[in-house]
Write a protein that binds this ligand. Structure first.
Ligand code: IMP
Ligand code: MG
Length: 197
């Protein structure tokens, strides 16, 4: 069962951020507990395998660091940089800022991303990785927003299923800000919608 967190009162948001962040969707305690559970599932599936973790920059920094500390397996780690030109909170064209360096041919790959939204990012990265002929690819995301899906991709491991809200924190950004927050919060719409006056 994938947990479905609900928005918590803004009293949990640090005072300096109350004008910008509507509330906490997932607390640091909830994240820590769920990341350990995901790691246990992954350990079970990748037991006895020498595999490559491919993590997508930049949003996965915190999730990845926490997740792999709980994986007691002989893994290797590499990164792909993928970015999208954004207008407000909706993505447009994808471009790669860093290519994979490790050879994944014939290997098991665990692909890690922060959030599965429309699915365009994972669909594009999966197509690119498959050209490198890995033995199999499993996908792991911290957050899944199924209501926004455009591409038919799913995550083999998903931390939380969330509603259609723009979230920030624990690695996730809005205009490159808020990545350092230790919780997942919901951004106030006025931060990205033009003022209605
Ligand atoms: P997709 O390609 O639409 O699935 O979007 C995936 C990428 O968009 C993620 O890797 C994030 O970088 C970004 N993204 C999607 N939704 C959110 C959000 O609610 N907050 C922050 N970033 C998001
Ligand atoms: Mg991202």
């Amino acid at each position: 069962m994938i947990p479905k967190p609900v928005l918590q009162p803004s009293t949990r948001v640090p005072a300096r951020l109350r004008e910008e962040v509507r509330g906490v969707l997932i607390t640091r305690v909830q994240i820590a507990r769920r990341v350990r559970e995901l790691a246990r599932e992954i350990e079970r599936d990748f037991q006895g395998r020498d595999f490559v973790v491919v993590s997508l920059l930049n949003g996965t920094v915190m999730f990845l660091a926490d997740l792999i500390r709980h994986l007691n397996l002989p893994l290797r780690l590499d990164f792909m940089g993928v970015s999208s030109y954004r207008e407000g909170t909706s993505a447009r064209e994808l471009f790669y800022t860093k290519e994979l360096r490790l050879d994944v041919r014939g290997r098991d790959v665990l692909l890690v991303d922060d959030i599965l939204d429309t699915g365009k990012t994972l669909a594009s990265v999966l197509a690119k990785l498959r050209e490198l002929k890995p033995r199999r690819i499993k996908t792991c995301v911290l957050l899944d927003k199924p209501s926004r899906r455009v591409e038919a991709v799913r995550a083999n491991y998903a931390g939380f299923e969330i509603p259609d809200l723009f979230v920030i924190g624990y690695g996730l950004d809005y205009a490159e800000r808020y990545r350092n927050l230790p919780f997942v919060g919901v951004l106030h719409e006025r931060m990205y919608l033009p003022a209605a006056d």
